[in-house]
Design a protein around this ligand. Structure first.
Ligand SMILES: [Zn+2]
Length: 453
């Protein structure tokens, strides 16, 4: 069966035909690095990791680009609030983000470009939009003229007047039309900026992805992914900018968007106090368990994070790992066909997980050791298609029954005291003791945190 993907552009499930079958090109909008990634941010990165794994299985090469937005008004504001240099904040947050993604079992993208390293490319794209009369300069700003691009709204299917009525666009004196959006804006002193034909300033968010996807994936590429909340305005604007530059058939061919994540039935927000970061979760739960929860419902459906789903997912992983326990696994085994079929049907991960359970059931029932080993080898290879089973079964079970939280906290405290007394030998000994128990420490400006390896 060929791969079918639901394309937001056509609102249909379509067979996927790569532009170049020797090199499938995928772009996913990366994080704005001003704070820890929350669990809702992590969902698309786990889903598109499964897509990346599947594409790698089906095609000889995949180029996966996921940017880092390291210039943004949110970053400037957060650095001011923290009384921290912008560079220190973005570096630190990027490191945490990459560590979180690794702990969730995601394969790093092939290219992770920084926005601040591609301002030259953004300026040249903006210049081209100005030359083509799709953009105009006004009071040090450069704006995209939405009226100049009649196909605007093709992805989100939003009508211009509805957008304005919905008050989702900012009215500003320098705009010709309220729906016009910023490509470039002036930077005052003390705020990061670059010299440009329109003076000292910085790029808008949308142009970043257009310029970086162009550089690494060309004018036209296969798949663009992100959360549903990015469809409008971010993806609509990316598409308008790129197509206004290079023509109507350019930019992403297939658009994939994942559903939103709620916590205990409510939208996550700092004011409700239900804002969960991946970093906090990793202190309590194995990364693989978090990954399993995120894959337990279909990616286009909403997903609710609650204690029940975490408990069920843990039981599921226990059962699956138990089926692998003590088996002699062959490295030759391949993904079984029903798993491949489920994933090829628009990444049906819940169906794939239920097939894993069927396979585990067959292992339990199998009468010979040889048969059990064969089935377990298939289970392992099939789970890996979902990024599961990256550890030995024994370490999965040890992670659960090993050292308890109070002991860990007491040891961290002992290490901090040793460090305060400059007794680094003792501090390192405690660190190693925890490491042997599978606990990894991280020293942050806010203190020492821990997570299971
Ligand atoms: Zn983007």
């Amino acid at each position: 069966m060929p791969l079918f993907l639901h394309n937001t552009l056509t609102r249909q499930k379509e067979p996927f035909v790569p532009l170049d079958p020797h090199n499938v090109r995928l772009y996913v909008c990366g994080p704005t690095v001003y704070d820890f990634a929350h669990i809702g941010n992590a969902r698309p990165y786990v889903i598109f990791d499964v897509l990346n794994r599947l594409l790698r299985h089906l095609y000889p090469k995949v180029t996966y680009v996921r940017n880092i937005t390291d210039i943004d008004d949110k970053i400037i504001k957060a650095a001011r609030e923290n009384n921290e240099e912008i560079y220190d904040l973005t570096q630190r947050t990027t490191r945490y983000f990459q560590a979180d993604m690794g702990a969730l079992g995601n394969i790093p993208p092939n290219i992770e470009p920084l926005a601040t390293a591609h301002v030259k490319e953004m300026i040249s794209m903006i210049q081209s939009l100005v030359q083509k009369d799709h953009a105009y300069e006004s009071e040090g700003h450069v704006l995209f003229s939405v009226k100049s691009f009649p196909k605007y709204g093709q992805l989100s299917r939003c009508k211009h007047d509805e957008m304005i009525a919905g008050a989702r666009v900012e009215v500003a004196p320098y705009k010709r039309d309220p729906e016009d959006f910023i490509l470039w804006k002036p930077s005052e002193e003390g705020i990061p900026g670059w010299e440009s034909p329109w003076g000292y300033g910085r790029p808008g968010w949308h142009i970043e992805c257009s310029a970086m996807s162009l550089k690494y994936l060309d004018e036209t590429f296969d798949i663009h992914g992100g959360g549903q909340d990015l469809i409008f305005p971010h993806h609509e604007n990316e598409m308008a900018q790129s197509q206004a530059c290079f023509g109507p058939q350019t930019f992403a061919r297939v658009w994939l968007h994942n559903g939103m994540l709620t916590v205990n039935g409510e939208k996550m927000s700092k004011s409700l106090g239900n804002f969960i970061t991946v970093h906090q979760l990793l202190e309590k739960l194995p990364g693989e368990l978090i990954r399993f929860v995120l894959l337990s419902s279909h990616y286009r459906q909403p997903l609710d994070w609650n204690d029940q789903i975490v408990i069920q997912s843990r039981q599921s992983l226990d059962r699956l790992y138990n089926a692998l326990r003590g088996r002699e696994l062959s490295k030759e085994a391949n993904i079984i066909e029903p798993i491949k079929t489920a994933l090829e049907d628009d990444l049906n991960t819940p169906l794939a997980i239920s097939v894993l359970h069927d396979l585990a059931g067959r292992i339990y029932k199998a009468s010979t050791t040889h048969e059990k080993n064969e089935l377990a080898s298939s289970l392992k290879a099939s789970g890996e298609a979902l990024g599961l089973f990256q550890q030995e079964p024994e370490s999965w079970f040890k992670g659960k029954t090993g050292i308890d939280e109070n002991t860990i906290l007491a040891l961290i405290e002992a290490r901090t005291q040793a460090r305060n007394k400059k007794d680094f030998i003792e501090a390192d000994r405690v660190r190693d003791e925890l490491l042997n128990a599978g606990i990894l420490l991280e020293d942050t400006p806010q203190g020492t945190t821990w997570r299971q390896q």
